[in-house]
Design a protein around this ligand. Structure first.
Ligand code: GLP
Length: 255
């Protein structure tokens, strides 16, 4: 049998058109979620790729009739992939701040509904274990959104990375600290060296996965993902083992 990866490759000429197509499907999933007695939590990502996606999603959801919007607000539970270790509470570079700005405030969601790993806990290892356990108690992720690191990371699962790793504290690579330096005054040394991330194992347990890839800077890593067999060298390649993966790419990312 010919392996079918991804389940769907959706492409659009521009990132804006891509986000519109992707959020149309996410909106549908959120509607379906309201009908489910015990919906699984959403799995959310951060990063520049997700900013226009969340803007598009917020625009769609704000057009919902008030009762449906209230149902969405009361039923919302999401688990983010990752958080830096050691950034002070409220730090503008933290993923907690990012989520408050891009989803929490615009949709009227409380911080307890938008879960992230505790990057300020005294014991990060225990905080990572607690976060993984909380996700498992909530049933595991339903719909998982993912961005793609230029080095092939998903969440902060840096290469080399096995498929069975769970939520843990990780050391960020020089490449990732460079990639994410923008929010730290452009200085990679200011990017925290450690983070807590859900592992590939938790990501693969999601019911369906949506990997969003935009921009020419991601073209070479996307080509590798589409053509290389799964390996530790490219953490995103473990997604090939999942039966329901959508890859959303704009023309620049598809090269
Ligand atoms: C970051 C985050 C990921 C994100 C990815 C892509 O380092 N840990 O959650 O999806 O890398 O980031 P960007 O969209 O900014 O390129």
């Amino acid at each position: 049998m010919v392996p079918a990866f991804p389940s769907q490759l959706v492409h659009r000429p521009t990132a804006l058109e891509l986000m519109d197509a992707c959020t149309a499907l996410l909106e549908q999933r959120l509607q379906e979620r309201l009908e489910q007695p015990r919906p699984r939590p959403l799995g959310l990502a951060t990063g520049r790729t997700m900013e226009p996606l969340y803007a598009s999603l917020v625009e769609r959801l704000r057009a919902w009739p008030a009762p449906q919007m209230q149902a969405l607000q009361s039923n919302w539970l999401s688990f983010n992939l990752d958080e830096y270790v050691g950034l002070p509470c409220g730090d503008e570079a933290s993923y907690r701040h990012y989520m408050n700005v891009h989803l929490g405030r615009p949709l009227g969601l409380g911080e307890a509904q938008l879960r992230l790993p505790d990057g300020v806990a005294g014991d990060s290892t225990a905080a990572a274990a607690a976060y993984g356990a909380a996700l498992a108690r909530s049933g595991g992720v339903g719909v998982q959104l993912l961005g793609l690191g230029s080095n092939g990371h998903v969440g902060f699962n840096e290469p080399p990375c096995k498929a069975d790793v769970s939520c843990r504290v990780v050391q960020l690579s020089a490449a990732t600290r460079q990639q994410n330096a923008g929010l730290f005054g452009g200085d990679p040394q200011q990017v925290p060296p450690l983070a807590i991330t859900l592992g590939v194992a938790e990501i693969l347990q999601a019911q369906e996965i949506h990997l969003v890839v935009t921009g020419a800077a991601k073209a070479s890593v996307l080509q590798r993902l589409l053509h290389e067999p799964p390996s530790e060298a490219l953490p995103a390649s473990w997604l090939q083992q999942h039966p329901r993966v959508w890859i959303w790419a704009d023309a620049a990312a598809l090269g």
